[in-house]
Ligand binder design. Structure first.
Ligand SMILES: Cc1ncc(COP(=O)(O)O)c(C=O)c1O
Length: 394
């Protein structure tokens, strides 16, 4: 069976793993070893010089991690991948590699709070500047790309406002200008969207989320062209050292097997909850890419398999009302993170995006009454009833 011909639902289970290379073990073994022994000194020399393939030390490569990297590369339709200790370790390795002092990064209008924090740090320490762009047309991009723009950095759907960016459109302009496009694909997972097939250059994941799916791992992934991935492995990953542990890689391989089944259920539940929430008198605005009135609905149809399991909404009232509503929830847990079996709710203005200054937050559309719901895998009726009873109390 060649990996290229098989379907996504099969690849999540099989890609990158060959039982005959591992004593027939049905599932990938956990190589929980920090280092690897050489048969003799000469072999050690050859491994270090690159004359012989093989493992040396787990910061430079590990067999369990390699299976995960090959699997995610296949799922994202990329050549190669690297696994990291967290989504932020992945983001920082990629941006450190692609930029130097004096460069500029053009970002989507809305990015994860800690990515925002990292960009502030780049500005203060290395004079790498950034701007936010609506990226809503080629004209906007032509206007906002600067002569020193080294990276176009995109989240779509944007966390937490669920705006979408047309990846194919951005990739075309970027190619013309010779600028790499990096996409944080955390909200979609490769089941819903594969940015590399739209012409983008690099995909990043906080694998902590849908890829893991079980709320028990913090990890990151980067997928791209083989030569570039090998370069990152030898530089920013090896020397900054933000590598994944073999056990976390093993847990991700386990979680990945059910990704399509889970994503179908997350999406299905979200669709039903959107229908309930949009009619509720206590809801002010609702942001969900499956909303036919969503201004970016046509982009969802163009580049996503389904709208996904994330819904953001604001309640009528004030920040206090939003917090009171959260405090009334019983089944839905108050927690940051997303993509878990458990439904999770958080308040971006005081939680995931608290580091973003208020003015910037407002430009991103993060009002004090906005809440982000990661729709879990529970019976949708139970999630609905919990939302209903809590809304009834504000
Ligand atoms: C869109 C997005 N990117 C990156 C990250 C960072 O990932 P991690 O928490 O695994 O470092 C997050 C975390 O919430 C996120 O939501």
């Amino acid at each position: 069976m060649t990996d290229k011909k098989i379907r996504f639902e099969t690849e999540v289970i099989h890609a990158g793993y060959h039982q005959d290379e591992h004593n027939g073990s049905l599932v990938p073994p956990l190589y929980q070893s920090s280092t690897f022994t050489f048969q003799n000194a000469e072999q050690g020399e050859k491994r270090f010089s690159g004359l012989e393939d093989g493992y040396i030390y787990s910061r430079l490569g590990n067999p369990t991690v390699k299976i995960l990297e090959e699997r995610i590369a296949a799922l994202e339709k990329g050549d190669a991948a690297l696994a990291f200790a967290s989504g932020m370790a992945a983001v920082s390795a990629v941006l450190s590699d692609l930029t130097k002092t004096g460069d500029h990064i053009l970002c989507s209008q809305g990015i994860y709070g800690c990515t925002f924090g990292l960009l502030q740090l780049f500005k203060e320490k290395y004079e790498i500047t950034h701007d936010f762009s609506a990226m809503d047309s080629p004209e906007t991009l032509y206007k906002e790309i600067q002569s020193n723009t080294a990276v176009i950095y995109i989240e779509t759907p944007i966390n937490p406002t669920m705006k979408l960016i047309d990846l194919e459109m951005v990739a075309k302009v970027a190619e013309e200008k010779g600028i790499p496009v990096v996409v944080d694909n955390t909200f979609s997972s490769p089941y819903l969207q594969t940015p590399l097939t739209k012409g983008c250059d690099v995909v990043i994941h906080s694998a902590t989320k849908f890829i893991c799916g079980h709320g028990d791992v913090i990890a990151g992934l980067v997928i791209g062209k083989k030569e570039w991935i090998q370069h990152v492995a030898r530089t920013t990953q090896k020397d900054m050292g933000g590598i994944i542990s073999p056990f976390d890689a093993w847990l991700l391989l386990r979680g990945l097997k059910t990704l399509p089944v889970r994503m179908d259920r997350h999406s299905d539940n979200a669709r039903k909850l959107f229908d309930f929430l949009r009619k509720h008198p206590k809801i002010d605005t609702i942001y969900y890419p499956g909303d036919q009135e969503h201004p970016d609905y046509h982009i969802m149809q163009k580049q996503m398999r389904q709208p996904g399991g994330m819904i953001s909404f604001s309640v009528k009232g004030t920040k206090k009302t939003a917090q009171q509503f959260m405090n009334q929830l019983q089944l839905i847990k108050i927690a940051v993170s997303l993509g878990d079996a458990e439904s999770l709710i958080q308040h971006p203005a005081t939680m995931t995006h608290a580091v973003v200054p208020e003015e910037e937050r407002r430009k991103m559309g993060i009002e004090d009454t906005l809440l982000r719901l990661s729709v879990g895998l529970e019976a949708w009726e139970d999630i609905k009833e919990d939302l209903e009873q809590a809304l009834g109390k504000i």
